[in-house]
Design a protein around this ligand. Structure first.
Ligand code: 2U9
Length: 342
């Protein structure tokens, strides 16, 4: 029996030496040390031996079992280690390779211009006020002095939704009513930047989505000279200290009187060129004194309060500033265009 045991031990050790991976190792364990394994069977055979042979055999078989278990554990550790070594070799990182260049991103030229405009007004004490892009008819038109069927509504071609009265804002002006209602009876000085939507033919000069920056100042004793001073200062801060502006009478339903503002051409300094179409002037914004009806809709008594408002398009301002010929570039997503800014 003892001789058989020695043979079995040798067989087990040889089989273990031939094991190369974890699957084979599990098979080996089952064959020798598992519930029906050969070593386990050899341990069980102890009971059937003559009493006098048992101590020697018992000691030997237990010793064999212990040794093989230790060998099994050592083999398992070696297999795990070599699998790890192989994986590391296969997935080797060459730290001497040059790194991959990560190009820094940049702001879209419209966003950049929008922020520059807001920063100028922020320096003059205007807070940024953001409001919803999906509006209702009342805020986009009614409260801005355009009741249903008012002919001035034709100035804005509107995107309607399937829900009656719910529309995409055609200008940031509804936000001004939200701001007035939030702050009244305190004075307000806010700028409203953001996207507006118009159901229009897309051409070199008009897009269906574009940004606007509108401004509003309401308080006691605000006059048109405040409006003029603010806008002259704005033009000089954004385009240079030499800038001149002029006011042309105009019409907006929410301001009275209303004006459009031109600035002397930044390219030719007013002498006349292709960009200003030889007029020497560039139109940069619209403005006016807030209409008394609109002031009342915002919660202010027009007998006590007055205010001015203005509005401009950052894309249009960027087109003037950088000599961009076609507004469609802003949404064209062409990197050759976008990478020229910032
Ligand atoms: C309230 C009161 C007054 C905002 C104004 C303009 C004139 C204007 C356009 C210029 C080019 C926007 O991007 S554009 O299409 N804006 O001409 N906006 S006065 O007046 C307001 C607005 C809201 C409550």
């Amino acid at each position: 029996m003892l001789a058989q045991l020695v043979e079995l031990e040798k067989e087990a050790q040889a089989a273990l030496d031939a094991v190369a991976d974890e699957r084979a190792l599990a098979g080996w364990y089952g064959a020798f040390l598992g519930r029906k394994g050969k070593i386990t069977e050899a341990v069980k055979a102890l009971g059937s031996l003559p009493r006098e042979d048992r101590p020697a055999y018992g000691q030997r078989v237990n010793e064999a079992k212990r040794l093989l278990e230790a060998a099994h554990e050592a083999r398992r550790a070696a297999i795990v280690q070599s699998a790890q070594d192989e994986a590391l070799l296969a997935d080797r990182v060459d730290v001497t390779l040059p790194g991959r260049l990560v190009l820094p991103g940049r702001l879209h030229p419209a966003t950049r211009t929008l922020r520059e405009i807001c920063a100028v007004f922020a320096d003059m004490g205007f807070q940024v006020y953001r409001s919803r892009h999906v509006e209702n008819d009342e805020f986009n038109f009614g409260l801005l002095n355009m009741p249903p069927h008012h002919p001035a509504r034709d100035m804005w071609s509107t995107f309607y939704t399937t829900r009656p009265g719910v529309i995409l804002r055609t200008h940031t002006s509804p936000g001004q009513v939200h701001a007035m209602r939030e702050y009244c009876p305190e004075p307000v000085r806010v700028v409203l930047p953001g996207m507006c939507y118009r159901y229009e033919q897309i051409t070199a000069r008009s897009e269906i989505m574009f940004n606007q920056v509108e401004g509003l100042a309401v308080g006691v004793g605000i006059t048109m000279t405040d409006l003029k001073g603010t806008l002259v200062d704005f033009a000089r801060r954004l385009f240079g200290v030499e800038r001149k502006i002029r006011f042309r009478a105009s019409y907006f339903p929410f301001t009275e009187p209303s004006a459009e503002v031109d600035m002397d051409c930044i390219l030719c300094g007013g002498r006349g060129c292709r960009v200003c179409k030889n007029s020497g002037w560039l139109e940069i914004l619209g403005c006016g004194m807030v209409h008394p009806v609109v002031l009342r809709n915002g919660g202010y008594d027009p007998a006590v309060f007055s205010g001015f408002a203005f509005g401009m398009g950052p894309e249009r301002i960027a087109m003037l500033k950088y000599g961009i010929q076609d507004i469609r570039y802003f949404w064209g997503n062409d990197l050759r265009f976008l990478e020229q800014f910032g």
